[in-house]
Structures are given as C-alpha cells and as structure tokens.
Design a protein around this ligand. Structure first.
Ligand SMILES: Nc1ncnc2c1ncn2[C@@H]1O[C@H](COP(=O)(O)OP(=O)(O)OP(=O)(O)O)[C@@H](O)[C@H]1O
Ligand SMILES: [Mg+2]
Length: 377
C-alpha cells in the first residue's frame, strides 16, 4: 500500500505539452479517478507514475520514496490497460497465477493468493475453464485478477472497461468498486466516462489539455465546478450556459437576459461588478435538473418560454426549451407530454445557479441557500 505524490510534473512531446505542471496527492487506499477527454494527458500521467515515461520536470513520490530514477519493474506498481488479453490455452487459474509463476513463488503460496484474488472477483468457481468458455465480463475479471495477484503498492487502470458493452460496464463498475473496498489499496483509475468517475471515485481529478482543472469529491466537483469545462464534462445533459449582462439597477445587482432578470444582493456579486467582471458579458450556468417546467402559469414567479423539442428517454424526458434566442435543456419526468411550439413557464432552483467569467471561463460565483437569486420575469 502506498500514497502517490506528483510534484510539478511536466511532459512535452515536440510541440505538445501532454502534462502541464501537475501536482497531486493521492492518499493511501484511495480510489482516485482521473477524468478527461481524449488527448487530455491521462495515459501520459499514468505512464509517468509507473515509470514508462520520464517527466521533463517534476518528481514522482511513491510512499516516502522519490522514484524518478527507479526502473518501472522496481516501482512495484501494477498498470492495467484497456486491452486485457488472456492466454487462450491456459486455465483461469493459470492465467491468474502467471505473474506469480514468473516470480518463482512456491506452489502453496500461489494457490493461496490466486484463490484469495479470485474470491474477491467472484470467479473462484471458474478455475478449470479456459478463456473461450467465459463471458466477456468473466474474462475481464480474470484479466484484472492477473494484474492484481502480485500485490503491488498501487494499481493504475487506464480505461479498463472501455471495450465492454454498456451492461457489462455497469457490472464491472460495481465489481471494481467492491474489489477496491475489500483490498483497501490505492487505485488510480483513468476514464473519459463521467458516470464511472462519479460512481467509483473517492475523489476526481479533471484534466484538460494537460492541465489539472479541479480535484475534489464527486459531489463537490458536480455542485461547485471551478470552470465551464468542469461544469460541462460532468452531468448528462451537461450544465446549460446563457450569456447575460451584470448591471447595477435600482440599488440591486441584476443579471440580465432577454427572457428574464435575476436580482442579487450578495456582496460577492457586487465585488464582481466593481472589479469589472461581466460588464461585457457574464455566463449564467445551471443544471438541467434545477429547472422545472410548468404547463400552466404557476403561482410563483416564473419565466415564459416555449418547447422546442422533447426527447423521451424512458426513465426521464429531456425537454429542449426556447428562452429568447437560446435553447436550454431541462430534465422532466418520464410522463411529461408537450408539443414543439407549446407555451410553458419555467422556475429555477435559484440557489443552484453559477456565474462564470465570459473570457476566462472561470467560475466567479456559486449561489447558495443564503445567497440565492430572485427571478424577475
Ligand atoms: N509518444 C508520444 N509522442 C508524441 N505525442 C504523444 C505521445 N504520447 C502522447 N502524445 C500526445 O500527448 C497528448 C496526451 O496524450 P495521452 O495519450 O496522454 O492522452 P489521453 O488523455 O490518454 O487520451 P485518450 O483518452 O485518447 O487515451 C496527446 O496530444 C497525444 O497526441
Ligand atoms: Mg489514454
């Protein structure tokens, strides 16, 4: 078991900065997810930790040891890749036992460790089968068993589920989370799938173009994204954004959009105005589940709008709503019925709105229960 610390890691390939000055602390026994789009630098970062890639700058510290100069084989870290190939002629038992046989470990010890790992993965009843007799999920479990049987200090996984179909992924997500809970070892899990990151990670690091965007608990990263990129990569459909103006009017602060106005008395919003943020434009962000659609005008203050398209998904309906010149996505119940062009009214969870700086895309304000906006239609 070990913690992993990265200090100011930078790695360039010719003109590409694959990893740009990243510092991270991964705790001993943590399930740590790295989430980012293709090309973000996720694999490069894992390869640097395991030692397959040498950073141009910065240090990798595993446990208490700086390992920059230590060969991958001596770092005692197991890396699990996207394609987990098994030996087709070996039994499940021998596939899992293979790394231990290579280390010339005694038969008795091998038996003990293979059985233990297989029990964790619930494949101990498959020992005598060969890979062609297994289902896809069973095969994946065997491959993971083989990777973890040598009991390394930490496990690095690079999108190990991306080749599986949706149902298998669901099953393997639970299996991996359960495995880590039982082993209590350090897992670093790379994915571009926000559902995997949200459901498995104790913490998530969001990476984009080699730069760390945010590191936090899944709930915090979802509720309080640092910037528009993080707000977009998490959530399905992602956060809605509307360009607005920030003004002072009649003693209150107003976020103005063609279809509505939001009022705020919050000092922090006032300081944004004073600092000149939002004079030319500020971006209002809100999640699809924080808006409610009403088919008739409700008693509370609401914003008139129009249905653009409805997308029924079985368990819920995504409704695209026209708001002035913009279209936003709203989550509605599965039995929602509405026609394109139909007039509706919307209300918002005003304590779950966010403001982003239009030029830097950084979040400059998260509303809370105490500093909610009031709506003026
Ligand atoms: N050996 C290499 N030579 C040149 N460029 C490389 C090399 N490895 C990675 N890169 C570049 O570095 C950037 C980061 O690549 P990396 O493979 O780490 O991304 P990733 O986040 O793992 O992407 P994916 O989700 O597609 O696997 C990319 O722009 C890639 O083209
Ligand atoms: Mg990759």
């Amino acid at each position: 078991m070990a913690s992993i610390r990265l200090e100011n890691i930078t790695k360039k390939f010719k003109n590409t900065t694959a990893v740009n000055n990243i510092s991270l602390m991964i705790a001993d026994g943590e399930f740590f997810c790295i989430l980012g789009p293709p090309g973000a630098g996720k694999t490069t970062l894992l390869r640097i930790i395991v030692g397959l890639e040498k950073p141009d700058e910065g240090s990798v510290i595993i446990g208490d040891d700086a390992v920059n100069e230590i060969h991958p084989s001596k770092r005692d870290i197991s890396m699990i890749f996207q394609n987990l190939a098994l030996y087709p002629d070996k039994t499940v038992f021998e596939n899992i036992a293979f790394p231990l046989r290579q280390q010339k470990i005694e038969d008795e010890e091998i038996e003990k460790r293979v059985v233990e790992v297989a029990k964790h993965l619930k494949i101990d009843w498959l020992f005598e089968k060969i890979p062609s007799q297994l289902s896809g999920g069973e095969r994946q479990r065997v491959a993971i068993g083989r990777a973890i049987v040598r009991q390394p200090k930490a496990y690095l996984m690079d999108e190990p589920l991306s080749n599986l179909d949706a149902l298998l992924r669901l099953e393997m997500r639970v299996a991996l989370k359960e495995l880590q809970t039982n082993l209590k070892e350090t897992f670093v899990y790379v994915t571009h799938d926000q559902v995997e990151a949200l459901s498995m990670g104790d913490r998530i690091a969001v990476l984009n173009q080699g730069k760390l965007q945010q590191v936090d608990d899944p709930a915090i990263i979802y509720r309080m994204p640092n910037n528009m990129f993080v707000a977009t990569i998490l959530g399905n459909p992602p956060m809605n954004f509307l360009k607005c103006l920030l003004r002072r009017k009649n003693g209150t602060l107003q976020i103005e959009h063609a279809a509505f106005t939001l009022n705020s008395e919050d000092k922090k919003v006032f300081s944004l105005l004073k600092a000149g943020v939002g004079a030319t434009g500020i971006v209002l962000g809100f999640r699809p589940e924080d808006i409610k659609i009403h088919l008739s005008k409700p008693g509370t203050v609401s914003i008139p709008a129009e249905i653009y398209v409805t997308e029924p998904l079985g368990s819920e309906t995504i409704v695209d709503i026209k708001l002035g010149d913009n279209v936003i996505k709203v989550l509605a119940p599965p039995d929602f019925v509405g026609e394109p062009g139909q007039s509706v009214w919307i209300t918002a969870n005003t304590h779950k709105l966010h403001l982003f700086d239009e030029s830097s895309h950084e979040c400059v304000f998260h509303a809370t229960e105490k500093s909610a906006f009031t709506i003026e239609a």
